[in-house]
Design a protein around this ligand. Structure first.
Ligand SMILES: [Zn+2]
Length: 74
């Protein structure tokens, strides 16, 4: 069943891609951007950390507001 196998493989590729892509978030106040691929090494946030996985006490490195002041980047 080559057709079935190809379709299954295609779905796995899409699944992996969606897991790798993490949204960037932008600070509403100062415009600082959180890039999950970079993290915030100064705050001990390792590269590859999704915004959702940041500690609840995370603060914007520039203006110091909390996570609730960030919006997902389009
Ligand atoms: Zn800020």
């Amino acid at each position: 069943m080559p057709t079935f196998a190809m379709k299954l493989n295609f779905q796995i590729v899409i699944f992996k891609k969606e897991r790798i892509i993490m949204k960037k978030y932008v600070c509403d106040l100062c415009g600082w951007e959180y890039d999950p691929e970079v993290g915030v090494p100064e705050q001990g946030i390792e590269p590859g950390t999704a915004f959702e996985d940041l500690p609840e006490d995370f603060e914007c490195p520039l203006c110091g507001v909390g996570k609730d002041q960030f919006s997902p980047e389009d």
